[in-house]
Design a protein around this ligand. Structure first.
Ligand code: NDP
Length: 236
């Protein structure tokens, strides 16, 4: 089989590693549309493209900008030439500060909500017809264990946690609204990236190899679930 993936924030961190592993697969022929906000500076993506050629397409997409999200559709359509998208992977995210509920920046809170939840919502809205034309019809929204009320993570990273909990609810709504789609949230674990920091537990390779196994095995019965990278589930 041959599948098409649209991945946001694909230039570094987990998004880049996901792109790399999908294109290295020996069993499936994946095409990745790697979206990032500054393609000119995406040196790792360009190095990868020099190896895999037309299976990787780099498109500009700043998820904090409605204009950029809307403009991305034209760039993606030019790549697809009528083909559908099998997997929309909303990976781009920010966690600018470890704020607390009684000491947060209103402006920063709005920025976090815009990037982490409003953008995935608009992307799904604008690309749902592309999913309809795909075989798999999967939406993966990258969440965090910090989004879980059941895990009782305490007051840390308030803006980020609230945004990811909202993303979880968005995903639940997407799953309920479109039974023909498979929409899930996925926690990659604590991963050694710029966001996760050097003290994190998982190498990006390990997190992503788990993510690929979980996501490629999804069935419609999994829609609306909150997965971890290793296939177990979090409480909401
Ligand atoms: P990184 O900080 O390493 O990478 C973040 C990525 O998101 C970069 O590619 C960045 O692009 C992109 N991004 C941020 N803002 C925008 C924007 N406005 N438009 C386009 N792209 C943007 O983070 P991770 O790779 O660790 O995180 C990936 C996802 O995993 C996030 O959603 C995060 O919340 C989630 N996650 C990560 C965990 C971890 O431990 N690492 C734990 C739980 C969840 P640019 O280079 O342009 O800034």
């Amino acid at each position: 089989m041959s599948y098409v993936w649209l991945i946001t924030g694909a230039n570094r961190g987990i998004g880049f590693e996901l792109t790399r592993q999908l294109l290295a697969s020996s069993t499936v022929s994946n095409t990745v549309i790697a979206a990032c906000r500054t393609p000119d500076k995406a040196t790792d993506l360009h190095a990868l493209k020099s190896k895999v050629g037309d299976r990787l397409h780099i498109v500009p997409l700043d998820v904090s900008s409605e204009i950029s999200i809307r403009a991305s559709v034209g760039a993606v359509d030019a790549v697809l030439a009528g083909r559908g998208i099998d997997y929309i992977y909303n990976n781009a995210g920010i966690n600018p500060s470890d704020d607390s509920p009684f000491d947060l920046s209103y402006t920063e809170f709005l920025e976090v909500l815009q990037t982490n939840v409003a953008a995935p919502a608009l992307i799904a809205q604008l690309y749902h017809t592309h999913l309809e034309r795909g075989f798999r019809k999967v939406i993966v929204n990258m969440t965090s264990g910090l989004a879980s009320i059941g895990l009782d993570c305490g007051p840390k990273c308030t803006s980020y946690s609230v945004s990811k909990t909202a993303l979880n609810m968005l995903t639940y709504k997407q799953a309920k609204a479109r039974p023909d789609f498979t929409a899930i949230v996925l926690d990659p674990g604590w991963v050694k990236t710029a966001m996760g920091g050097a003290g994190a537990i998982l190498e990006p390779e390990e997190s992503v190899s788990g993510i690929v196994k979980v996501v490629t095995a999804l069935t419609p019965a999994d829609s609306g679930k909150f997965f971890r990278y290793n296939g177990t589930q979090h409480p909401w």
